[in-house]
Design a protein around this ligand. Structure first.
Ligand code: DON
Length: 576
């Protein structure tokens, strides 16, 4: 077995070329990619965070399936090949655009709080938040939505059966796959916590407790059996019967709250995506219970009033204006956003051009406004009434943008014993106590308090941009609170800065989320730009890379351009 990994980062991180070759005995997994130019194809394009999922989804397209068939196939394949975020124990959001019907629909399969959940369930006797409980305990898990959501997508828009979409995942789980370096590194980095749970130790470590190595084969028999029950019995094969029994038994062993009733009652929802317009492009992104769409549109509306193309990509002036817009949007998030099945969210107000103009008036073009001076704004009142992303387009005019998650890498770190999949820790996305930040430093209030059967607020932002009624950009990312700003920047990099989709994905990112009051940057922003920003009163902090945005652009000539994110070594874009 030989492993060669080569990474060349040129031009201060602007251009990245990765090539990774794994050889294990006979011809095994081979991945070679040049991430400095987009992949081109005419009939279909798949961009995911794992090359094995990309391959399976592409095969579906090649066999005549549509983007929704390929998406569901990819999602189940990711649940096997990338269990740190691909999942059946979590939830997410899918946007489906059909040029033929002329609509964009959102499928909300976000987890829900169990019926026994309560507002103060993560507080100790002194009223302090016990983080361990909302993040790494059986009580951290929301009722999973992924299986129901994917089944609904297929039933509504697909052309293959659930069993067909599951077949590649079952094979990958049953027969195993060759472990890439990233997979082995991920488990190693979380080994201590994963080993705390016997059920997780059994899945992620060898019988003697040692680590799996890159190039070895990873087999998941329990997961294969769980997936087979879904293939044979449909959603009931997960929410009822043996799998439900295993989930409930796991809950009872660890003091969790999910019951048979919770599982049986889980229903995904069809929602209307948030719609905005930026410089003539139609932006569709996820509506509540995600905050993503509302704030991408809010930030774009603010920035539309500035000549961003002239101020230039990642110049101090552009980063200043972006940060000021981001701060104000994240302040609004903390106050107004929550599950619209439970609270009124002033969506029309937040996404209106007038409200953006009023926020723009508060922005000093030369000087940072300290976050302490920024409070949630006053949009027009309520109208009464390791996550992973993939993007797929087909030759029938369909586009799918899907982000799903178990929250942290490996979620709660708890495998359902006997069922072979990890439980999410999505309950940490609720506001456990007003003013106390969650794991991503996000502050929330009343609108996002814990209530039985409520969906916790998300930042996931699967997004589709249309131009003159045609699909143009399909994109989205993991990254917790950074998802919104990561997605925003790919849109701006294409629309304002005229970058091709791969360059738009590669470009160094910045992020401001109101609190903490700092601009977080990736490597690649020049030191003199940082000095200029500091001179305007900003605090600038360089931290690790943000997001893993898997994107497609459709050219005017009808060519599909795929841009996989080099920030994940297994990311891959392939078309045919
Ligand atoms: O829904 C959310 O906003 C978070 N649970 C997403 C978590 C995430 O992106 C982690 N991945 N990096």
């Amino acid at each position: 077995m030989s492993i060669a990994i080569k990474r060349v980062i040129a031009a201060a991180g602007l251009v990245a070329v990765w090539s990774c070759t794994l050889t294990a005995g006979a011809a095994e997994a081979i991945l070679e990619g040049d991430r400095s130019v987009p992949v081109e194809a005419r009939k279909g394009m798949v961009v995911t965070s794992h090359y094995l999922a990309t391959d399976e989804a592409l095969r579906v397209l090649e066999a005549g399936g549509n983007a929704i068939d390929a998406a569901v196939t990819a999602a189940f394949a990711l649940a096997v090949t990338q269990p740190r975020s691909g999942n059946i124990g979590g939830g997410g959001f899918m946007l489906v655009s059909s040029e033929e019907r002329g609509d964009v629909t959102a499928i909300d399969y976000r987890e829900k709080a169990p019926a026994a959940a309560s507002r103060d369930m993560y507080l100790d006797e002194n009223g302090e938040v016990v983080k361990e409980r909302s993040r790494f305990s059986h009580k951290a898990a929301g009722v999973p939505g992924t299986v129901a959501g994917l089944a609904l997508a297929l039933e509504k828009y697909g052309s293959i059966t659930l069993a067909q979409a599951l077949a590649p995942a079952i094979k990958l789980a049953e027969e195993g796959f060759v472990i890439p370096p990233r997979f082995a590194q991920g488990i190693e980095s979380q080994a201590e916590r994963l080993k705390q749970f016997e059920s997780s130790r059994k899945v992620f470590f060898k019988a003697d407790g040692s680590l799996y190595q890159p190039g070895e084969r990873f087999v998941q028999k329990d997961l294969a059996a769980t997936l087979r029950r879904i293939a044979e019995q449909g959603v009931q094969g997960f929410y009822e019967g043996e799998t439900a029994d295993l989930i409930v038994a796991e809950m009872q062993r660890g003091g969790g709250l999910i019951t048979h009733e919770d599982l049986k009652n889980y229903q995904p929802a069809i929602r209307k995506p948030v719609h905005g317009n930026y410089r003539g492009y139609d932006i569709y992104s996820m509506s509540p219970p995600s905050s993503g769409g509302a704030h991408i549109v809010e930030i774009l509306n603010i920035l539309e009033g500035y000549p961003i193309a002239d101020s230039g990509l990642n110049s101090a002036q552009t980063i200043h204006l972006m940060s000021e817009a981001m701060k104000r949007a994240y302040a609004d998030r903390s106050e107004y956003l929550g599950d619209t099945d439970f609270v009124d969210v002033p969506l029309t107000g937040l996404t209106s051009k007038e409200y953006a103009a009023s926020l723009r008036e508060q922005i000093d073009p030369e000087q940072a406004t300290p976050s302490v001076e920024i409070k949630p704004g006053n949009p027009a009142p309520y109208e009464s009434n390791e996550t992973t992303h993939f993007s797929i387009v087909d030759r029938y005019g369909n586009a799918v943008s899907n982000t799903y998650t178990i929250n942290f890498s490996y979620g709660s770190h708890i495998v359902v014993d006997g069922a072979g999949f990890l439980l999410n820790n999505e309950m940490d996305d609720f506001s456990a106590k007003p003013g106390v930040p969650n794991a991503y430093g996000l502050i929330g209030g009343e609108a996002n308090k814990i209530e039985p059967n409520k969906r916790m607020l998300s930042s996931m932002s699967p997004t589709i941009v249309k131009k003159d009624g045609k699909n143009y950009i399909v994109t989205g990312s993991p990254g917790g609170s950074r998802i919104i700003t990561t997605t925003l920047q790919v849109l701006m990099n294409v629309i304002d800065h005229n970058l091709n989709i791969q360059a738009a994905v590669n470009a160094p990112r910045i992020h401001h989320q109101w609190l903490p009051d700092e601009i977080r940057i990736e490597q690649g922003i020049s030191p003199d730009t940082i000095r200029l920003l500091e001179g305007m009163g900003h605090s600038v902090v360089q931290k690790s890379a943000m997001g893993a945005i898997q994107s497609i652009m459709v050219g005017e000539d009808g060519v599909f351009y795929g841009g996989a994110d080099p920030r994940r070594s297994t990311s891959s874009a392939k078309g045919y």
